[in-house]
Write a protein that binds this ligand. Structure first.
Ligand code: NAP
Length: 521
C-alpha cells in the first residue's frame, strides 16, 4: 500500500518507491510513503489561502466546535487506531492509549477551552495603558491570528498525540494545519486525518497531511507561517538555520532531545512512601513506550547512602517486565520503532556503559513471541554512574529507549548541580516529603526545566506522572530541549497570534477590548 497525502483538497500518492513503514516486531513491510512528484509549494499555498481564509472567518467558539467534531470522529473510529499503533509502532495497549487517547483528550480539552472564548476574534493581553497626560489617549495589547500556515513536523514516537496536540491549538487560533508526521510511523496519523477529512466537518484547506520526506517544506515557508518541530536536535538545527527560515524570521517552536531528571529527596528512605513512589515512577518511565518518550526519566538522582537500596528496588520491579510481541497479552513492554532506532540506542548504551556499571539489562535476552533478529527490542537497562561529576556521556547522551542511569549525590547542592548538567530539559520530578527541599528544588532547577513535578505521599496516587504531558501545563524546555513552549492552556495560542499594541481614543479602544476574549482565560 502506498500512503496517499492529503493536499490541495485531494488525496495524492508520491511517484517513487518511497520509504517502507515496518512492523517492528515481525519486520514485515506494512506500507510505503513518498512525497515525490507532489507540489509541496502549491499545497502549502492552498492551505495558507483557502484554509486560512475559511478559519479566520470563524470565531474562537466556532473553531472550538470544529475541534470537538474532530475528537468525536476520532473517538468513533478508536478501535482501528489501536491495531495500527500495534502494527506500525509495536505499542502495547497502554502505550497506544497514551498516544491515541492522549491526542483525543487534548482535542477535547481545547474544544472546551475554546468554547469559553465565544464570539471573539481577537485576544486581549493585559490592561489599558495610559500614555499621556490626558486619559482620552491610551493603549491596549491585542493578539490577532497570523495569516500563514501552521507547519507541524513531528517525531516518530507520538503519531497521534503529536499530531493533535499541535493541530488543536493552531485550529483554535484560526491557522490552517500542514502536518508532516515522521515517515516511519505515519500510518496512524494518515488514517486519523483520513477519517477527519471523510467526516467533511472541516473547511477546505484547514488540514493537510504529507506522508513521506517532504524535505522541501522549508523552501516554501513565508514570514507569515509558523513551524512547530518535534524531533532530534540535529534536524531542529538544520531547520532553524535554513536560509528561508532565518531570512523571513519564520516563527519556530522546537521540542528536541532531553535528559530528564528525577530526584529522590534526602529526607526519604527505603521504607518511606516517597521512596516507593520514586522507584515505581522510574521503572514506569523506563518501560512505557519502551522508553521512547521525550519526557522519560533518563537520569535518576539518589542520595549516595540510598543508592544500593534504590538499585535493588528498581531491579526487582524491572524483573517483572515482560518484553516481547505486544499481541501477547502478557507482554508489558514492546520493541523500539525500527532497526535504526535499535542500533542508535545500542550505540548510545555503549557510550554510557563506559561511565557506568550495569545494574540490570541483559542484551542477550529472549523476547516473548518474537524473533529477536527480525524484531527491534532492547532490554530495560538500568545503569549506575561511577563518577557523577566526572561523567560526560551520562549528562549528554540520550538513549531514546528503555534506559536510565542511577546517579548518587552527596549533598543537596551536589544534586542540584548534577541536575543542571543536562543543559536544559523538558521535565524534572522531585520525590520528597520535605517542603523546604521542594522549595529549594523549584528555585534551583526551575531555570533549566519547562515543568517540575513534585510528589509526596499525599498526591502519590493522584499525580499524573513524570512523563505525561498535560494540555493544561506548558510542554517544552530551555537549551538542549529546544527552547520551545507548547500547550499550557490558552498560553499556547500566543505562538499562532501576532501581539500588537493598539493606541487610540480610549472609548474606541474600550469597544475593541469588549469584543476581544481575555488571553488569561
Ligand atoms: P528526527 O529524525 O529529527 O525527525 C523528526 C521529524 O523531522 C520527522 O518528521 C522527519 O521526517 C523530519 N525531518 C527530518 N529532516 C528534515 C528536514 N530536513 N526537513 C523537514 N523535515 C525533516 O527525529 P526522530 O528520530 O523522529 O525523533 C526522535 C527524537 O525526537 C528524539 O531525540 C527525541 O528526544 C525527540 N523528541 C522530542 C519530543 C519533545 O516533545 N521534545 C517529542 C518526541 C521526540 P522523516 O520521518 O520523513 O525523516
Amino acid at each position: 500500500m502506498k500512503l496517499p497525502s492529503y493536499v490541495s483538497g485531494t488525496w495524492i500518492e508520491g511517484t517513487d518507491e518511497g520509504t517502507a513503514l515496518m512492523d517492528p516486531v515481525t519486520g514485515e513491510e506494512l506500507a510505503r510513503a513518498s512525497t515525490a512528484g507532489i507540489d509541496i509549494g502549491a499545497a502549502m499555498a492552498y492551505g495558507r489561502e483557502t484554509g486560512g481564509h475559511a478559519l479566520r472567518a470563524m470565531t474562537y467558539g466556532e473553531r472550538a466546535q470544529l475541534i470537538s467534531a474532530i475528537a468525536e470522529t476520532l473517538s468513533a473510529n478508536r478501535e482501528a487506531y489501536g491495531e495500527i499503533a500495534l502494527a506500525n509502532s509495536g505499542n502495547t495497549k497502554m502505550d497506544a492509549a497514551i498516544d491515541i487517547d492522549g491526542g483525543i483528550g487534548t482535542l477535547q480539552y481545547f474544544a472546551r477551552l475554546g468554547k469559553k472564548l465565544g464570539d471573539a476574534r481577537t485576544l486581549l493581553d493585559g490592561r489599558f495603558e495610559r500614555l499621556s497626560r490626558e486619559e482620552s489617549f491610551q493603549a491596549i495589547h491585542l493578539a490577532v491570528p497570523i495569516r500563514g500556515l501552521a507547519v507541524h513536523v513531528n517525531a516518530f514516537n507520538f503519531p497521534s498525540w503529536g499530531l493533535w496536540e499541535k493541530a488543536a491549538v493552531a485550529l483554535l487560533a484560526g491557522v490552517p494545519v500542514f502536518a508532516k508526521p515522521a515517515t516511519k510511523t505515519a500510518l496512524l496519523s494518515q488514517r486519523m486525518v483520513m477519517d477527519v477529512i471523510n467526516s467533511s466537518k472541516l473547511p477546505d484547506g484547514a488540514l493537510s497531511i504529507v506522508c513521506g520526506a517532504a524535505r522541501e517544506i522549508s523552501d516554501h515557508l513565508t514570514g507569515a507561517d509558523a513551524i512547530s518541530f518535534t524531533g532530534s536536535a540535529d534536524t531542529a538545527n538544520a531547520l532553524r538555520t535554513h536560509r528561508n527560515v532565518a531570512a523571513s524570521s519564520v516563527r519556530m517552536n522546537v521540542e528536541a532531545d532531553s535528559l530528564n531528571t528525577s530526584l529522590l529527596g534526602p529526607d526519604t528512605g527505603p521504607g518511606s512512601p516517597e521512596f516507593s513512589l520514586f522507584v515505581r515512577e522510574v521503572a514506569k518511565e523506563m518501560t512505557q513506550k519502551a522508553g521512547q518518550k521525550c519526557t522519560a526519566i533518563r537520569r535518576a538522582l539518589v542520595p549516595a547512602a540510598l543508592i544500593d537500596e534504590a538499585a535493588e528496588a528498581l531491579s526487582a520491579i524491572l524483573s517483572n517486565t515482560v518484553t516481547g510481541n505486544p499481541r501477547n497479552e502478557d507482554v508489558t513492554m514492546g520493541p523500539l520503532v525500527d532497526k535504526a532506532q535499535q542500533s542508535e540506542v545500542l550505540q548510545a548504551l555503549d557510550q554510557l556503559k563506559a561511565e557506568t556499571n550495569i545494574v540490570t539489562g541483559n542484551s542477550a535476552f529472549t523476547p516473548m513471541d518474537a524473533d529477536a533478529d527480525k524484531a527491534c527490542f532492547v532490554a530495560p537497562t538500568l545503569l549506575q554512574c561511577k563518577d557523577p561529576k566526572g561523567a560526560e556521556a551520562v549528562h549528554s547522551v540520550e538513549a531514546f529507549g528503555p534506559v536510565c542511569t542511577l546517579i548518587p549525590y552527596v549533598s543537596t547542592e551536589d544534586a542540584f548541580t548534577l541536575a543542571a548538567q543536562s543543559g536544559g530539559s523538558l521535565a524534572a520530578s522531585v520525590f520528597t516529603g520535605d517542603e523546604d527541599f521542594a522549595n529549594d528544588a523549584i528555585l534551583a532547577l526551575g531555570a533549566d526545566h519547562g515543568r517540575i513535578l513534585v510528589v509526596d505521599e499525599s498526591v502519590g496516587q493522584d499525580q499524573t506522572g513524570h512523563g505525561i504531558v498535560m494540555p493544561q501545563c506548558i510542554h517544552g524546555g530551555p537549551g538542549r530541549a529546544g527552547g520551545g513552549e507548547e500547550l499550557g492552556g490558552l498560553r499556547s495560542l500566543a505562538f499562532y497570534h501576532q501581539r500588537l499594541a493598539v493606541q487610540g481614543r480610549v472609548d474606541w479602544l474600550r469597544g475593541i477590548a469588549e469584543k476581544a476574549a481575555e488571553l488569561g482565560g
